[in-house]
Write a protein that binds this ligand. Structure first.
Ligand SMILES: O=C1O[C@H](COP(=O)(O)O)[C@@H](O)[C@H](O)[C@H]1O
Length: 259
């Protein structure tokens, strides 16, 4: 498992543009090296801002979108056309604007979808999707995503794994239903921390002073039960890509150079 590395950007706009550029470079390199790439998307303000930046960037055409598998780290369990849905936001920000192969877009079910209004059934179905795409070298039932993008909450949740919730104790399942979330909407589907940790790279994206305590705690050895984001690590690389405000309670070593 990799140790966290931190990159601090001066402001949220710069962060979104720089992460979009980093994504293009990494996806192009992966596709050149092995033909295709896999990316797990996040919801949340910073993750969606990155997708919007990618949409605006001419460099997006360097990616072969037809050779990309897309997954989600979590989903709000609402109807398909609900504006809260992470998939809907990602489609509007980017996916509707690039020539992606629809068969390679692996979204979690909506509450009015084929599994009905039962998040447990929808979570089990997504676990089966993951298992079907796991390769022998993944040694299990989860694909080793090349890149997993994650956000975090001020209380330390990541994906939809909240502090002290049943999901944070899950060690067997790759995907779980989550109920009674402190952040609305209350019902969600989420990858578990063990599934996230199968990723090659985990990129944690966040901005703003409201996240500064969680960032500082996660990077100073907090436990994942109290602060789930502390348990989000990649096998190859764990990158914290944050703005100056979110880095406000870290040591000066993490601060960007002053202009
Ligand atoms: O609800 C969610 O929130 C988190 C963080 O969102 P942010 O707007 O505070 O950046 C996100 O990581 C997660 O995917 C999403 O479902």
């Amino acid at each position: 498992m990799s140790e966290p590395e931190v990159v601090v950007y001066a402001n949220p706009d710069l962060l979104a543009a720089a992460v979009a550029a980093r994504l293009v470079t990494r996806l192009v390199d992966l596709q050149a090296a092995k033909g295709s790439a896999s990316l797990a998307l996040t919801g949340g303000s910073t993750g969606i801002a990155v997708l919007e930046q990618l949409h605006q960037s001419p460099a997006r055409d360097a990616v072969d979108w037809s050779r990309l598998d897309l997954y989600w780290g979590d989903e709000r369990f609402v109807p398909a056309d609900d504006d809260e849905r992470n998939e809907k936001q990602a489609r509007e920000a980017l996916l509707d604007h690039v020539p992606i192969d629809p068969k390679r877009v692996h979204a979690m079910a909506a509450s009015d979808g084929e599994f009905g209004d039962d998040p447990d059934t929808a979570a089990e179905a997504y676990a089966r999707v993951l298992a079907a795409h796991a390769l022998p070298e993944n040694h299990g039932t989860v694909p080793g995503f090349d890149i997993t993008l994650l956000g975090l909450g001020g209380e330390g949740h990541t994906a939809s794994v909240f502090p002290e919730s049943p999901a944070v104790y899950e060690t067997e399942r790759s995907v779980v239903a989550v109920r009674n979330c402190p952040k609305p909407p209350p019902t969600r589907i989420s990858l578990t921390l063990p599934a996230i940790r199968r990723s090659h790279d985990v990129w944690l994206l966040t901005t703003g002073e409201a996240k500064a305590d969680a960032v500082a705690l996660a990077l100073s050895g907090a436990g994942e039960v109290q602060l789930p984001v502390a348990g989000a690590r990649g096998q190859r690389r764990t990158l914290w890509l944050i703005d100056r405000a979110a880095a406000g309670k870290l040591s000066h070593l993490y601060q960007p150079p002053t202009a």
